[in-house]
Structures are given as C-alpha cells and as structure tokens.
Design a protein around this ligand. Structure first.
Ligand SMILES: [Ca+2]
Ligand SMILES: [Ca+2]
Length: 327
C-alpha cells in the first residue's frame, strides 16, 4: 500500500517536473490526498490563526485573499525552516520561523508545506479557501443550505451566519484536515449524488476528535474505529430531519455525532465489554470524552450519550461550544 502510494506520487512528481503548470497543480493535489512518503515527521509545531497545529498534516480554512500568519514553534536546534507555497503567490518571511502568506482569491484547495530543510521533516497545510456565501441566497451552486438565523445568539459570535463555506468535490472528499480525518468525514447527508457540496468544520472540533482517537488507543481500542456519523449539517437538512434547534452546533461545524466501530459492522462496539450493544456503550465513550476535556478545557463543549434506534446504534454527541454541558 505504501509502495503504491509512493509510486503514484513519483509519477505525479515526474509529470510535474516535465510539464509544470497544470501538472504542478496535479502534483500538489496528489500530495494533499496521499501525503508525501518522502517527508519525515515534522518534529516541530506551528501556530496559524491562533491554533496550535501538530502532526504531519492539518487543514486550514481561510476566506479569499485572507492573510495568514504561519509561525513555527517548538523548533529543534539547527533547524532550517522554509514555507513552500507551491507557487500560490509569495510568502513574506518575517524572521527565521514566521511568515505571512496571502491566500489566493479563487476558492479552492491550496496545499502548502512548512519544511525543515535540515532534517526533511515537514508539515503539510491543506489550505481551503472558502466560497463566499450570501445567507439570503439559501443555496450555493445548487446545494441547499437553507436559512441561518440572521444574527448570532447573545454572547455567542460563532453562531452568526457563515460568510463562506468550504467547497467539496467528489475528488476532494479524501483530503486530510488532520492526520486521521478527511473532509469527507464531515459532509452533510443530503443530496448524495450532487456535487459540489459545502461544509464547515471548526478546527477545534478536529483537535477534539484526534484527542478522542488517541484516548481510545490508550484504552486498548483500535482508534481507526472512530466514526463520525454526523458532522456538518446545513440548516436545510437539520430542519428536514425534524430538528427545531436553529442554533445547533452542527450548523456551524462545531459538533460531531460519533461511535466506535473497530469491528466494522456499521454499529457501536461493545466498549464496556458486557456482551451487548446498548446505551451503556455510548455512556462509556461519553465518560472517556468527559475525562479528556477535563484535561483540555479549550476543547470543552456539549456531551451526550444516545441509545440506538431503528435507524442506527448508540452514539455520542460531542461539540466545542466552549463550555461543558452534559445532557
Ligand atoms: Ca461495531
Ligand atoms: Ca456493551
């Protein structure tokens, strides 16, 4: 599998070197999808838009033309850092570990790379320039968005209507937003055959899911079994499935309904090992999440364990609203 990925990247690299232009774009797209098998672990972290990023790949969400400050942190001695923007404009270097880069005006995916030339360690940043959205339109390129409340809820500026959404095509569902999650994990379950789709994902939610995955592994459970059953929901879909909550955290990319399915039968596993799949397994997962967020208050949010019904098995709602609420 790894060999095959490397081969595909090599072919892409040769094409890119020979032809440049469109093939260079194809090369960066291949990097965004598959990662770069020639790259080593970064061994540094980064700070972008007040977020700490760690690991070899991260999603970054920006409005067209937005200027991003990229700062490398926790840098090993002897590092020789560079920000490779792959020809998407020019990065302005402020000092040996920080840059400012203006995101392109055209919405889309722009993979850029923060690299330590001394070690080959690198962090790929999949920058998604959002498609501007007029909340009065209720649709974006034929995809139903529905009606956001025109104003934010009191003391909650993040519940204002979004100014832009991330476009997802059939070819970009597999693009990573973190080491273990992709854009496709968060898509709304509407208009299954329609492309492009649009999505919102709060980086803090991605950080929380990665943390839950690590905690599962530490508990002896296969972290790859962590499934996002429902991530982003458009207001249109949220109303269509009968929800009357007009400020649901799902509408802003701040919530995920999750379960653990390491045995891949499509349902929650027997996490509490009592021999049956019940609400208690969702409760076990919710307790794990509660323990975690006690250690990471910046990831605090809503938490609730739900029993199964005739459509799906037990699951847990998590969100990153900023205050711990359990119901
Ligand atoms: Ca299962
Ligand atoms: Ca059980």
């Amino acid at each position: 599998m790894i060999r095959l990925r490397g081969y595909r990247l090599l072919v892409g690299a040769v094409l890119g070197l020979l032809a440049g232009g469109a093939d260079a774009q194809r090369l960066t797209m291949t990097q965004a999808l598959d990662g770069d098998p020639f790259g080593a672990a970064p061994q540094f972290s980064a700070r972008i838009q007040d977020r700490r990023l760690a690991g070899d790949v991260a999603g970054v969400f920006a409005m067209p033309g937005e200027t991003l400050s990229v700062v490398a942190r926790e840098i090993p001695a002897g590092a020789d850092l560079t920000l490779d923007v792959n020809g998407f404009g020019a990065a302005r270097r402020d000092n040996d570990h920080s840059w400012r880069w203006r995101a392109p005006r055209q919405p889309g995916l722009y993979p850029i790379t923060l690299r330590n030339r001394a070690t080959g360690g690198q962090m790929r940043l999949n920058v998604f320039v959002k498609t501007p959205f007029d909340p009065a339109a209720r649709q974006l390129n034929g995809y139903d968005i529905g009606r956001y409340q025109p104003t934010a809820r009191a003391r909650d500026p993040r519940s204002a209507p979004p100014r832009g959404l991330v476009e997802v095509t059939a070819g970009t569902t597999g693009v990573h937003v973190s080491p273990h999650f992709t854009l496709g994990d968060f898509l709304c379950h509407q208009q299954p055959q329609y492309w492009p789709k649009y999505v919102l994902i709060r980086p803090r939610l991605i950080a929380k899911l990665e943390m839950i995955r690590t905690a599962l592994i530490n508990a002896g459970i296969d972290g790859n079994g962590l499934v996002v059953m429902s991530g982003y929901r458009t207001p249109w879909y949220n109303a269509d499935i009968g929800n009357t909550t007009v400020y649901s955290q799902h509408l802003f990319g701040s919530a995920a309904d999750i379960f653990v399915d390491a045995d891949a039968d499509g349902e929650m596993d027997d996490l509490d090992a009592d021999g049956s799949i019940t609400a208690a397994d969702a409760g076990w997962l919710a307790d794990l999440v509660e323990t975690l967020t006690a250690q990471a208050p910046e990831l605090a949010g809503g938490l609730s364990a739900y029993p199964g019904n005739r459509f799906h098995g037990p699951f847990v709602h998590v969100d990153v609203r900023g205050v711990a609420v359990r119901w």
